[in-house]
Design a protein around this ligand. Structure first.
Ligand code: AMP
Length: 397
């Protein structure tokens, strides 16, 4: 029986979900972490609660894909490679070229590689993953699903920066956003849960995970999003600063005696956000615990996180001239009831009101606002793999 695999290759990781068709049930999922470093960790979940885990050096994504496929056979999850009829790859940057998911041919693969400037950590890894699958399974349906595609509907006034127009025209310097697959999925599910046509709704989707972004979805289309040219912009994240004044960079470089701008950007990407503010951790659970124990820096980090999300929600209510629903998703949005409550309580003037009892849940689809609230607050667990699966099915026909 045929199977479809969804692949999410990060800079040093490769995640997969294997679906049984036509049921679309999950047969197996897993992750290879620390690719290219010592002691890579390879984990596969399968069957009822079975887990395979091994630590070994895996030098690159090509070897990772070979090991993954071989292990799927060795564990009896697939009988041989030919059972896999389709593969969908998450690709971070699609630039202005890719407005929707697309079948991968040599031309598409070259373009994905050429877009490496926009996502230097991710697109090369995505391309290597694609090549590795092409080598092992050259005949199967192969689809690229772009993180930026959903945001290609943004109007010019929202995607252009106020810098000389030539920089956009000559170098494509503009806002692209990210997490598009997630924002698309949760906005569609929210409309279904609310029982209203997506076309009639103004929705603000808050994808709050280790990476976090907020999107204004008007009538099912992304009209603005908080991430920018790269995923560094927007709200405070686990290790990323989110928005800052660009003039701070030369000032800090001078003070810190940093001469390479890449080192400064690395600090903003890897050492800032909740981690840099709290000094405790990039993980929301750790920061919440530290704050509860009286750690003031951790409390300030939380307050800044809530505040930045609230500001973006306010902006997007203005952008769309209204809002019908605010959606929370991803690790923090799905699991932290207190985050949802504090963010919504602070913007109640707009007509949203959390029902504390309904809100006291994790990871289920649910309306968590009071019955008479003008603006609905909705919890939707994201499922980017499902979007990838659907696109492989659709384009493979
Ligand atoms: P993601 O990137 O979507 O996997 O989300 C990771 C983030 O979700 C981390 O900051 C986690 O601390 C956070 N998270 C996961 N579970 C919880 C929880 N129960 N309470 C608060 N934050 C959580």
């Amino acid at each position: 029986m045929s199977k479809i695999i969804a692949i999410n290759a990060g800079s040093s990781s490769l995640k997969f979900t294997l679906y049984q068709m036509p049921e679309e049930s999950i047969l197996s999922s897993g992750i290879i972490e620390r690719i290219g470093l010592k002691d890579s960790i390879f984990t596969i979940k399968y069957g009822e609660d079975k887990k395979y885990s091994v630590t070994e050096d895996i030098d690159n994504h090509e070897i990772a894909v070979e090991k993954l496929m071989t292990q799927l056979v060795d564990l009896g999850i697939i009988a041989d490679f030919n059972e896999i009829s389709g593969v969908g790859h998450r690709v971070v940057a699609g630039g202005e070229d890719f407005k929707e998911s697309t079948l991968i041919n040599d031309d598409v693969l070259e373009k994905i590689e050429a877009l490496g400037d926009l996502a230097p950590l991710h697109n090369p890894a995505n391309a290597t993953g694609i090549r590795a699958f092409k080598k092992l399974l050259p005949e199967i349906t192969s689809v690229a699903v772009f993180d930026t595609a959903f945001h290609t509907t943004m109007p010019k006034e929202n995607y252009l920066y106020s810098i000389p127009m030539e920089y956009y025209e000559d170098f494509a310097a503009r806002k692209y956003g990210a997490h598009g697959t997630s924002h698309q999925y949760v906005s569609e599910r929210a409309a279904e849960l609310l029982g209203k046509p997506l076309e009639d709704l103004k929705i603000i989707t808050c994808h709050l995970g280790n990476g976090a972004s907020i999107t204004a979805v008007d009538g099912g289309k992304s009209v603005d999003t908080s991430m920018g040219f790269t995923p560094l912009a927007g709200v405070t994240m686990g290790t990323r600063s989110g928005d800052i004044d660009a003039s701070l960079l030369p000032y800090l470089m001078d003070k810190l005696e940093i001469t390479d701008i890449k080192e400064m950007i690395n600090i903003l990407n890897k050492k800032s956000g909740l981690l840099g503010l709290s000094g405790v951790s990039s993980d929301m659970r750790d920061v919440e615990t530290a704050a509860e124990e009286g750690n003031e820096r951790a409390q300030v980090a939380l307050d800044i996180f809530y505040n930045r999300v609230q500001k973006y929600i306010g902006q997007y209510i203005a952008t769309m001239n209204g809002v019908d629903a605010i959606v929370f998703t991803a690790g923090i949005g799905e699991n932290s009831a207190i985050t949802r409550k504090i963010i919504i309580d602070g913007i109640s003037w707009f007509g949203c009101d959390i029902d504390e009892e309904k809100n006291n849940v994790r990871g289920v689809e649910r309306i968590v606002s009071t019955d008479d609230a003008k603006v609905k607050v909705v919890l939707i667990p994201t499922d980017e793999e499902k979007v990838i699966l659907n696109d492989v099915i659709r384009l493979g026909k």
